[in-house]
Design a protein. Structure first.
Lengths: 114, 115
């Protein structure tokens, strides 16, 4: 079945450092890919998404490119801030299931130090 | 502002008691979902509903029940049959049908602790 694997955390960075959180997926269909962010004690919020191969999603300085050849959707940010400290979830939604089943990775916790 | 409201935010339960978590949305979404989140794990789907008066089991439905009598509401009951109910519960919604992009909109969650 479909699955999402993302790098284990926690990831600890200093402010203004470069961030990469790796995410790879397996899917039999043509999934849409997502990054969600969860701040402490809150629900998840959509950070960015890409619906087809070679699409780049971007938001708030974060970027991720849908790479079909490597089945990857790595999250990057050029300069992190303390306010970026959160848990980041990579996810896929397979159009073959009408988008009703979203598969989430285990989440990667990011700590950014001042 | 449109969104999803979950209540209560924190809930304590004695073993053997059923509890019901509320989820209300004013986004006019057809599909609604319940997820369970445990520390260090991803989200696991409990139940989902694509339309009023219809719902489907997710991956971990045992010990849970839901109803969908109104488009706006999708309450989750954690029954005494759920062996390990202490967790963070998240409700979500999405568009359905041809306009569904797969994007989920989440509430702020309900934390259930069994004493």
């Amino acid at each position: 079945g479909d699955s999402v694997t993302q790098m284990e955390g926690p990831v600890t960075l200093s402010e203004e450092a470069f961030l990469t959180i790796n995410c790879t997926y397996t899917a039999t269909g043509y999934p849409s890919l997502f990054w969600y962010v969860q701040y402490p004690g809150e629900g998840l919020q959509l950070l960015l998404k890409a619906t087809k191969a070679d699409d780049k999603g971007s938001n708030k300085g974060f970027e991720a490119t849908y790479r079909k050849e490597t089945t990857s959707f790595h999250l990057e940010k050029g300069s992190v801030q303390v306010s970026d400290s959160a848990v980041y979830f990579c996810a896929l939604s397979d159009q073959n299931t009408g988008g009703f089943k979203t598969i989430f990775g285990a989440g990667t916790r990011l700590f950014v130090k001042a | 502002d449109g969104g999803i409201t979950q209540s209560p935010k924190y809930l304590f339960r004695k073993e053997g008691q059923n509890v019901t978590l509320s989820c209300e949305q004013n986004l006019n979404h057809d599909a609604m979902y319940w997820y369970r989140q445990d520390p260090g794990q991803g989200l696991r789907l409990i139940y989902y509903s694509q339309i009023v008066n219809d719902f489907q089991k997710g991956d971990i439905a045992e010990g849970y029940s839901v109803s969908r009598e109104k488009k706006e509401s999708f309450p989750l009951t954690v029954t005494s049959a759920q062996k390990n109910p202490t967790a963070f519960y998240l409700c979500a919604s999405s568009r359905a049908g041809r306009v569904n992009t797969g994007e989920l909109f989440f509430g702020e969650g309900s934390r259930l602790t069994v004493l």
